[in-house]
Structure formats: structure tokens, C-alpha cells
Design a protein around this ligand. Structure first.
Ligand code: ZN
Length: 232
């Protein structure tokens, strides 16, 4: 059945889902049929990658559309089985317009090794997102999983689910993708530092406070987990 003509907004979002999905694939933060991406239209409809799809090879017509309760609103492809992760984020954060759920290998490895990504080490991360809280393990494909991140996404735009993957929230898809890129890059640095010499030293508290104080001068008002003590 031919789809109804999309609005300019929906066309743009469907194309962005394809582009960012391919980017995650190229960067190795999504492999196989893992992960899923979504964005919210101005009427509250959620456009999300379909179940079982390889995110590096999506076309705009492959996307599923659901309402805020996850119910399908057209006869098109079915939504990802991990739609619950996205719904929890949109329910808790009306300011959020897009979500990327990926399986970034270094960040997931750190949760398995029980290395805390909240540790203040990298200046750019301290000033922007603060740190990255870890959510306890939840069984994928069950309602248990989204509930593990509900409290954390209220105070953080990034979270890593233990032994599983990341969830990054943004004002648009590129913003959510940027946070995934920052998260995995930081995890990779921590991993390399650990490999080089075991134990890690955080920046001294005074240095962290000085960095946080620069946020106001830089005009950065986004959520910061070191400032609001999220996940501590
Ligand atoms: Zn997943």
C-alpha cells in the first residue's frame, strides 16, 4: 500500500534516521540488527527504526510510527522491540526530540569490568554532560529494561545500561548521536588508560569545580551529571 505523503518535517526525520543509522554502523557502535533510533514529530508521533532491521541499510519508507504508548499508528513496518526504552525517555523528558540506542563496545566493556564512567577525567565531558551514569542490568525485550533507566534519564542525557548498551537523548538526532560519539570516545580513552596502567586517577575536586564554573561563561545550560549529582 503506498504511504500517505509525508510532511516536510517527517521526510527530514526519516532521512536523518537513515543517515545517523549508517553513521553508527560505520563507527561500529551498532552492528547486525542491534540498536534503534527514533525522533518525535511536532504532533507527538514517534518515528522509529523497524524491528530486526540493519541500521546501516535503511531507507526512509522502512520506518515505523507509534504513539506515546507505543501503539502502531499506521499499517507500515513494526517498531523495534526495544521501543520501551524510547517511550520512557519521551515520557520523562518532554524537552527531548530524538533518541539513539546503540551497543558501543568500549562503553559496554567498561560496565562489564565495573569501571565507573562518572569518574571526572576528560575536561570536555566534565563541562558538557558531566559523567555517564550506569543503569543496573535489565532483561532486553521485557518491561524491566526501560524501567532501569527511568530515574536516570530525568537528570542525564546519557546512560549506559549494564552489559548491554547506551541511550543518548537529544534535541534532534544529530545531538543524540553526538552524545553517543562522546560517550564511546571517552570509554575508549578510559579503556586504553586502564590497559596501560590499571587504576585511574580522577581530576582533583578543585579542578573539576573550576571546569564546571566555566559552563556559565560558555553559556552551557544542558544537564550535567557532575553538577546535579545524577547517579552518584
Ligand atoms: Zn539494545
Amino acid at each position: 500500500m503506498p504511504h500517505a505523503p509525508w510532511t516536510e518535517e517527517e521526510t527530514r526525520i526519516r532521512q536523518a534516521l537513515c543517515r545517523i543509522g549508517a553513521l553508527c554502523y560505520q563507527r561500529g557502535t551498532i552492528v547486525g540488527a542491534d540498536g534503534n533510533l527514533s525522533a518525535k514529530l511536532s504532533d507527538g508521533t514517534i518515528v522509529i527504526t523497524p524491528t530486526g532491521a540493519m541500521k546501516g541499510f535503511l531507507e526512509p519508507e522502512h520506518m515505523a510510527k507509534v504513539d506515546m504508548q507505543g501503539r502502531p499508528i499506521d499499517q507500515g513496518p513494526r517498531a523495534s522491540s526495544e521501543v520501551g526504552i524510547h517511550l520512557v525517555c519521551y515520557q520523562e523528558r518532554p524537552d527531548v526530540q530524538a533518541i539513539v540506542h546503540a551497543h558501543p563496545p568500549h562503553a559496554v566493556a567498561l560496565t562489564i569490568a565495573e569501571i565507573d564512567m562518572q569518574m571526572p577525567i576528560i575536561p570536555e565531558i566534565i563541562v558538557t554532560i558531566g559523567g555517564i551514569p550506569t543503569a543496573p542490568f535489565g532483561t532486553p525485550g521485557t518491561p524491566e529494561l526501560p524501567e532501569t533507566i527511568r530515574a536516570i534519564v530525568r537528570c542525564s542525557d546519557t546512560v549506559i545500561m549494564k552489559n548491554h548498551g547506551s541511550v543518548t537523548l537529544g534535541t534532534n538526532l544529530m545531538d543524540a548521536y553526538k552524545k553517543l560519539d562522546m560517550l564511546e570516545h571517552t570509554a575508549r580513552i578510559l579503556w586504553l588508560a586502564h590497559t596501560a596502567r590499571g587504576g585511574l586517577s580522577p581530576l582533583p575536586e578543585a579542578a573539576v569545580q573550576k571546569l564546571l564554573a566555566t559552563r556559565a561563561q560558555l553559556g552551557i545550560t544542558t544537564r550535567n551529571t557532575l553538577e546535579n549529582q545524577c547517579g552518584m
